[in-house]
Design a protein around this ligand. Structure first.
Ligand code: ZN
Length: 72
């Protein structure tokens, strides 16, 4: 299980990125810009939860810490 967060600031390209807090990430947003998504067995669960919470938002996995969820 890993703990995931989503960056509350939108990327210049228009999506909100999910990061793995447990594995860490070189592109991790500052703590005040993180919204906790809780614990998930993979980034796919974290993205699913984020999309339920913010159905209007474009949400993607970080290319560095969530490569299997990175689609954009
Ligand atoms: Zn990341």
């Amino acid at each position: 299980m890993s703990r995931f967060i989503i960056n509350k600031n939108v990327q210049p390209s228009g999506e909100y990125e999910v990061h793995n807090l447990t594995s860490g990430c070189g592109a991790m947003p500052l703590p005040q810009n993180q919204i906790d998504l809780g614990w998930h067995s993979s980034c796919h669960g974290a993205l699913a939860q984020a999309r339920m919470s913010w159905p209007q938002a474009v949400i993607d996995g970080c290319a560095f810490c969530c490569p299997s969820c990175h689609t954009r």
